[in-house]
Design a protein around this ligand. Structure first.
Ligand SMILES: C[S@@+](CC[C@H](N)C(=O)[O-])C[C@H]1O[C@@H](n2cnc3c(N)ncnc32)[C@H](O)[C@@H]1O
Length: 319
């Protein structure tokens, strides 16, 4: 269960804040400073998006430096700068090591992952991420993938729906919602955002925009397997990052943040085992925390970019 109210639910109160821009990077200077970029180093941006952070990295890199940028959304490629030092990989970052090997890159000096979705993805009604528009209930970041959000609604079991609304959306009446969906879909299945909103309207609780945004977030995390791919990527870092290399991870909800925190602390995703004196549990520490507590947005950033509200940045160094 997510405890804190800390999530990348759609920020309905700030519609239009960023106008037509693709995405305004969050915690920009904190990321660039945290990565401590070496002029001739090789860096990875796992989540290129609008390319804001990537541009910051390129500015710090010298002529010999390299940036490998992943994004699984084909739209992101439109934001690529004309720069020979960048190599764009239109794939999921879960294949990090595979592509580094393919391009004959051994280890790298640093890596950034700014997780979740971009403003652009929210702003395109056709993509199905936003509660503000009508369109197919889709929510795939990678449109080559098969599962879309309406499949989740139309086919998942009641218990699976309950769990995902509870875990990924902190939806207060997730059990009631799951039961309602399973009942309602016997009469008609949903294909579009408006149909889905109409279907669940009888069980919406509290502020409708907030409620729907939480439900949509849960579906998005499920459709894109966000927890699984994050785990897969983190597990590759031990082998991919050079000694002294830095990793910066920006998370937008507490489940993601907990995965990153646990991984850098104990190399896995379990809470630390209890202090049983008979169990010897000496683990090799592979990561040094650069910031003990996650870095959050300053008041100045919060004022100009509401999306930064739930961002948490963790920076670590490979020992
Ligand atoms: C929050 S935005 C990143 C914004 C970027 N840092 C910038 O400055 O514009 C997240 C981006 O990462 C992409 N993304 C999310 N998960 C991904 C994954 N598992 N593999 C590849 N790309 C992913 C999304 O498609 C989206 O474009």
């Amino acid at each position: 269960m997510m405890k804190e109210s800390n999530s990348q639910v759609e920020n309905v109160s700030s519609l239009g804040d960023n106008g037509s821009s693709y995405h305004v990077p969050v915690l920009f200077s904190e990321v660039i400073e945290g990565l401590d970029i070496k002029s001739n180093g090789i860096y990875v941006d796992c989540t290129f998006g609008g390319g804001g952070h990537s541009r910051g990295i390129l500015e710090k890199l010298g002529k010999e430096g390299k940036l490998i940028a992943f994004d699984q959304d084909a739209d992101a490629a439109n934001n690529l700068p004309k720069d020979d030092r960048i190599k764009f990989i239109p794939q999921n970052f879960r294949y990090l090591q595979r592509f580094l090997k393919l391009y004959k890159i051994g280890k790298v000096d640093g890596l950034l992952a700014d997780l979740g979705v971009s403003s652009h993805q929210f702003d395109e009604g056709e993509r199905g991420f936003s509660i503000r528009f009508d369109g197919p209930l889709d929510m795939r970041m990678d449109q080559r993938e098969g599962l879309i959000a309406s499949d989740v609604i139309n086919t998942y079991s009641e218990s699976k729906l309950h769990l995902l609304f509870e875990q990924f959306g902190e939806v207060s009446n997730s059990k009631t919602l799951a039961k309602h969906i399973v009942e309602a879909r016997k009469h008609s299945q949903v294909q579009t955002i408006l149909q889905f909103k109409a279907m669940i309207s009888p069980v919406v609780k509290g502020n409708p925009n907030k409620y729907l945004a939480q439900v949509f977030q849960a579906l998005r995390i499920e459709v894109n397997g966000e927890m699984e791919v994050l785990k897969e990527m983190l597990l590759q870092l031990n082998d991919v990052i050079k000694e002294g290399g830095r990793v910066a991870i920006i998370t937008f909800h507490s489940l993601e943040d907990r995965l990153a925190k646990q991984f850098f602390k104990n190399g896995g995703f379990e809470e630390e085992e209890n202090d049983n004196p008979f169990v010897q549990n000496v683990k090799e520490q592979k990561w040094r925390l650069i910031n003990k507590k996650p870095i959050t947005a300053t008041d100045a950033e919060l004022k100009i970019n509401k999306r930064s509200r739930s961002a948490k940045l963790r920076v670590v160094e490979r020992t």
